[in-house]
Design a protein around this ligand. Sequence first.
Ligand SMILES: C=CC1=C(C)c2cc3[nH]c(cc4nc(cc5[nH]c(cc1n2)c(C)c5CCC(=O)O)C(CCC(=O)O)=C4C)c(C)c3C=C
Ligand SMILES: [Fe+2]
Length: 491
Amino acid sequence: MEAASFSGVLSNTKLSGSNHLLNSDCKFSRSIPRSRYIACVSRHSSEGSNDVDKPSSKALVLSISDLNNTNNYSILKGSNLRKNVNLQTNCAVGVCTFGENVFESSRAHATEEKLGVLLLNLGGPETLNDVQPFLYNLFADPDIIRLPRLFKFLQRPLATLISVLRAPKSKEGYASIGGGSPLRKITDEQADAIRMALEAKNVHANVYVGMRYWYPFTEEAIEQIKRDRITKLVVLPLYPQFSISTTGSSIRVIQNIFRGDAYLSRLPVSVILSWYQRQGYIRSMADLIEKELGTFAKPEEVMIFFSAHGVPVSYVEDAGDPYKDQMEECIHLIMQELKARGIGNDHTLAYQSRVGPVQWLKPYTDEVLVELGQKGVKSLLAVPISFVSEHIETLEEIDMEYKELALESGIENWGRVPALNCTSSFITDLADAVVEALPSAKALSSTSGDTAEESEYDPFRYLVKLFFGSILAFVLLLTPKVLLAFRNHLV
Ligand SMILES: C=CC1=C(C)c2cc3[nH]c(cc4nc(cc5[nH]c(cc1n2)c(C)c5CCC(=O)O)C(CCC(=O)O)=C4C)c(C)c3C=C
Ligand SMILES: [Fe+2]
């Protein structure tokens, strides 16, 4: 097989403003400078191929640009990003390295290499008391509530308002699955399993877990990485598909921390941006689906129902989030794999878990379930596809809410594919992804120089914007339509 190498640049520019994690007892309630980043991944290989594991000769350039500043990814739309998403189909793993083109790559190490793997995940409340502060952290993330620049100052008050309004409904959900999220436990188990799978390949690594919105926070994991004097790091988000709201948000946090730290900015790092196209993952998903189909009396009549976590349409259409394209590609690859095994069931994709009064990716899971029931579909297998661990949206939303809705709508036989969790073929594949990412690890910038945005910072302009922004926000928030929308969609 032709060897492929990945190279890229992940450069950032500091902006005025700050991010806060403000849950009451969070150790990291400190200002973290915001940054925007441009991540480019290019791939070089001398031979093209359609095989998932054999990269084509075209360079892959995946750019993620200007998250905070323009609040959109529009400069990528229709050009690089669309092209790249298609190219990524043939790519074994999308790897991004920090700073390669800009800064000198890491020199050979005189000291012994100490490998670290940082698993990124969302995090979830462990008790019902954690729910509101967890939601606060989530809604305070500018990659989750994407406010226009003029309204950025409303991020935290809005996060407080929405988290307080949403908390009772969320608490009910977490109460019904045992009083908290299983995410931390499962992710710890996955970390352990990946460490052992690497050991089996004679690769010795410390594996860390960094959550975006709850303990152990990404900041804590990075502190530990520093204490352990890791000399090379692979960052592996536990989201198969890239979204601004998941992998994008976590990478931004890492970048902000790394660029301000002398040790970290010199640490060679590879970031695996997405891995939904890896054969090991596709085959593991197909295995689970095949096994679960076997539990139905008439497996060939079962509708395979992929239910993906939704994102607001504006992420995809205005900000260029590749999530929808990657999701469709991912499902195509799984269905291809099933077909190769002689399984030709009908399938469909819908999006679940919408929050708030904006348009989310369609079709919506609840609406499609009703339609399928009305059309006479009798057997349905739900496949959660955005996430690789059991969590509230599989255990409560799919297993309870959607199941009930499906049965009410005329579907008689219901099944659900379990999350991959620690499935060994899947864990082995993630370990392979880590090993493949190692050669492209490069150090992030050690230069921090002021950026255009910083030098453009003008306190007078800021105050004027704040003044008019506040008036506009006040008027908007009091609009009966907005108030009603909040009430209907959050509680
Ligand atoms: C409001 C915007 C949200 C976006 C955008 C979003 C994207 C997104 N989320 C996941 C995965 C998970 N989300 C989880 C919980 C969760 N997500 C949101 C909101 C958005 N998610 C909320 C408010 C919550 C809390 C639960 C609730 O109140 O409904 C979780 C569960 C964690 C757990 O506790 O078990 C996961 C996992 C993806 C993959 C994604 C975009 C692609
Ligand atoms: Fe979510």
